[in-house]
Ligand binder design. Structure first.
Ligand code: CA
Length: 233
């Protein structure tokens, strides 16, 4: 799935230029022409990044930024401000309000794309198929290989998907039904017990060299990948 960028810009030619170039660079786009529309759209779906024009009719870009930061769901969405004002004071005000970066108009599309990529890479590294590392476990999503220390770990496709999901979200506890939904997706007739069985196989494969168990079972809640891996069952 491509990362989704929301473009908040009231000037149509600029909207089109940004959307065209972002799509060409492999992003999905959603377009808003003023602040209210932007806020409404983020309630339906939180984008992976917001390109936010400073000069908007009604709500200013700065105010939109402030409101996005105040809502829990959008508090950490990366925001890049587009500003015609090159003055240091305004740039600082944008960054203080919670923007992650800014681009000064006039800009080249290539410059915006580069900023989008840099900010997203920092905020959401898992979007870029980078190698995931947790303690001595390394998962390469492109080569589809997993290593523990120097040893290669052999996993089934499902075990691999499960480990990848846990490594993208370390230290978070997920219920069995959440994992079923995210890892098994729309496969039908899978029982919740399947999660337990797959976790068991994953553990065995990961720890077969006598390594520390990093998969944590949280009784009546689910599973997590973390370093406080006390097992309760
Ligand atoms: Ca504008």
């Amino acid at each position: 799935m491509n990362p989704q960028v929301m473009i908040v810009e009231d000037e149509l030619p600029l909207q089109k230029l940004l959307a065209y170039n972002l799509k060409a660079a492999g992003y999905d786009t959603v377009q808003a022409f003023d602040g209210d529309e932007a806020l409404m759209l983020t309630e339906e779906r939180v984008p992976d990044l917001v390109l936010l024009d400073w000069m908007l009719p009604q709500l200013s870009g700065l105010e939109v930024c402030r409101r996005l930061r105040r809502r829990r769901e959008t508090a950490s969405v990366p925001i890049i401000m587009l500003t015609a004002r090159g003055e240091e004071g305004d740039r600082l005000r944008g960054l203080e309000t919670g923007a992650d970066d800014y681009v000064t108009k006039p800009f080249s599309p290539a410059e915006v794309i580069a900023r989008v990529r840099a900010v997203l890479r920092r905020a959401r590294p898992t979007l870029f198929d980078d190698v995931l590392v947790f303690h001595d476990i390394r998962l390469d999503p492109i080569a589809h290989r997993v290593f523990r220390g120097g040893r290669e770990v052999q996993l089934s496709p499902t075990e691999f998907r499960l480990l990848r999901y846990l490594m993208e979200n370390v230290e978070r506890v997920f219920s069995r039904s959440h994992l079923l939904d995210r890892v098994w997706g729309d496969e039908l007739d899978i029982e919740v017990r399947t999660v337990d069985a797959t976790i068991r196989r994953l553990r065995r494969a990961l720890n077969s060299g006598g390594e520390e168990d990093l998969v944590r079972t949280v009784r009546s809640e689910g599973y997590a990948l973390d370093s406080k891996s006390a097992t309760f069952d």
